[in-house]
Design a protein around this ligand. Structure first.
Ligand code: ATP
Ligand code: MG
Length: 564
């Protein structure tokens, strides 16, 4: 977790912004969130979204959504649409909506301008040759034999590149900067390459495409962005970012600021790897509830509030680190605890027959919907002679300290009566208990007896006659190791995928009110965890609930320990 400045309470980015405003470098604050539409957004992007939109909000500035769509081979409209949906769902609304591809003509003109100034040249070397000649940081690079072409020849070749006279990969346009710079990014970076690929917006208009470095800063400048916030791997691109603004003589100069990307334990954040999980059907799609994508988290039952709180609390830092997924889950529980309706659901049913309860009788008990929120009200739940309880809540030979049901023991049924187990009926072939015959104490209605008899266990249950049959999906981490982006030498990251990350229970029994659950509704299944009706597969005919998170909060324990 990042410590903000002790006196101002602000993170280092907001401190820079304060300084810039104070010194008059900028008069207003304009940020942008610039995803490449080559995959779905993940929780790491959420951090960047909360940061950029949050800063715009705090400084009464603006924040644009800009698609960084300069690489047509990997980008698709499906991704553009999902990104817009996810940003909105997180609770943000962009001021301007832009596409780097809208600037292709302007960027091209700027490239010609650099050529005219003698600051760019067409290079006929292959990508491999260029990379070899670029050298290593400790030794100088070698200039390309084409480095000193005349302005006329460069202009002619670059125009013909645009017209499609040369095959893909045969030539590139490079900036002419410094082949001896200790920063490899400054050793004549490539600005344009020839690539015949249909772009999702510009179609086949272009066969040359600008590289990220030549597009990003200029797009920021066009939109009047003041603070261009990006992740640490771009730190050594900043001299180049500034060089273009200078060389192109752009009047408005945005400032690039880098922060550490979010890494979460037991998952990966690389779009390339997430795409592989999808393509190889290791997950059911980008929105699989095990995925760290925004759409996966949404389907899992995460709320935008929980994600925003998480992003705020982890803060921003200049050092990469791994955030414990338990902390994300802690933020989620905190939010769901306030809003989720409590219900009773039995995941592994075991039948209970109350032998002294009248066959045809039904009682409706009042149950509070949320003890944290009295305004959530109450609901009625039915009780009758045959019930289901959790298989785990019964043991024939209980160890010491087991307070749930066992032969001869008495427990409380939540909201209802005390029951005592008198007889266990077993499957004759397997010996597994299949039915418990119990009696109830009519005097214990509502959870206590006139003689104040103590029982230690309180169980959840559902009425067998009224129960709704449901499918419940239990999820576990996608990876078996804490940091799957740091794989031991010689191993493949896919070896660490958790092949048991999904368990489907098809015989669950839930209380009747859940028949009316709508996709996306969240609940606390008492004693078990938070669950939500699946956004895709749930219907009243076939209810499907995803386990969002269990009730056990390991993060709170860590916090308590830390505080002594
Ligand atoms: P990948 O390398 O997996 O494709 P990316 O960083 O290239 O991811 P972009 O679509 O370019 O993905 O990211 C859009 C914005 O979100 C960028 O400003 C980027 O710095 C930021 N971002 C991406 N991943 C993270 C992360 N894990 N933590 C914080 N910010 C992130
Ligand atoms: Mg990127």
């Amino acid at each position: 977790m990042e410590e903000a400045n002790r006196t101002t309470g602000k993170d280092f980015i907001r401190e820079i912004i304060d300084q810039d405003l104070k010194e008059g470098r900028y008069r207003e604050v304009k940020t942008r969130f610039p995803p490449e539409p080559n995959g779905y957004l993940h929780i790491g992007h959420a951090k960047s979204i909360c940061l950029n939109f949050g800063i715009a909000r705090d400084y009464q500035g603006t924040c644009n959504l800009r698609f960084d769509d300069t690489n047509p081979t990997k980008e698709e409209v499906e991704y553009v649409e999902s990104i817009m949906e996810d940003v909105r769902w997180l609770g943000f609304q962009w001021d301007g909506l832009y596409y780097a591809s809208d600037y292709f003509e302007q960027l091209y003109q700027w490239a010609e301008f650099l050529i005219q100034k003698g600051l760019a040249y067409v290079d006929d070397c292959s990508a491999e040759e260029i990379s070899t000649m670029r050298g290593a940081p400790t030794e100088p690079g070698k200039p390309s034999p084409y480095r000193n072409r005349s302005v006329e020849e460069n202009l002619d070749l670059f125009r013909r590149m645009r017209r499609g006279e040369f095959p893909d990969g045969s030539r590139v346009l490079r900036a002419k900067i410094d082949m001896n710079s200790p920063n490899l990014n400054m050793r004549d970076p490539v600005l344009y390459r020839i690539r015949r690929a249909t772009h999702h917006r510009t179609g086949d208009t272009w066969c040359i495409y600008p590289l990220y470095d030549f597009a990003h800063g200029q797009s920021d400048a066009i939109e009047g962005i003041t603070h261009s916030i990006c992740t640490l791997e771009f730190e050594n691109h900043r001299p180049l970012y500034d060089w273009f603004l200078e060389a192109l003589e752009l009047p408005h100069k945005p400032r690039q600021i880098e922060f550490a990307r979010l890494n979460l334990s037991y998952t990966v954040m690389s779009k390339r790897k997430l795409l592989e999980l999808v393509q190889e059907k290791i997950v059911t799609g980008w929105d699989d509830p095990r995925m760290p994508t925004i759409s996966g988290l949404r389907r899992r039952g995460y709320t935008p509030e929980a994600i925003r709180t998480f992003a705020e609390r982890i803060g921003v830092s200049k050092v990469n680190s791994l955030v414990d997924i338990n902390f994300l889950e802690h933020c989620l529980r905190e939010d769901l605890n306030k809003r989720a309706q409590r219900v009773m659901a039995v995941l592994y049913p075991l039948k209970v027959v109350i032998t002294n309860y009248p066959e045809d009788q039904v009682e409706w008990f009042d149950a509070e919907n949320n003890p944290e929120d009295p305004s959530a009200g109450t609901r009625k739940i039915p009780f009758c002679r045959e019930l289901y309880i959790e298989q785990d809540d019964f043991m024939e030979l209980p160890p010491k300290g087991y307070f749930r049901l066992s032969p001869g023991a008495e427990v409380r049924l939540k909201h209802a009566y005390y029951i005592t187990c008198n007889e266990v009926i077993k499957d004759p072939s397997t010996g597994v208990p299949i039915e418990l015959r119990c009696t109830y104490d009519p005097e214990s209605r509502g959870g206590s007896t006139p003689d104040n008899r103590k029982v230690k266990g309180t169980l959840h249950w559902v009425s067998a006659r009224h129960a709704v049959h449901a499918e419940v999906r239990l999820y576990d981490h996608l990876f078996t190791i804490e940091d799957p982006s740091d794989i031991p030498e010689g191993k493949d990251w896919k070896e660490f995928i958790n092949r048991d990350s999904l368990k489907i229970l098809t015989h669950c029994k839930v209380e009747p009110g859940l028949r009316d659950a709508r996709p996306g509704d969240t609940f606390q299944f008492l004693r078990q965890g938070y669950f939500c009706a699946d956004l895709k597969d749930h219907s009243s005919d076939h209810p499907v609930f995803n386990r969002t998170v269990t009730l056990k909060d390991t993060w709170s324990k860590i916090l308590k320990k830390g505080n002594g």
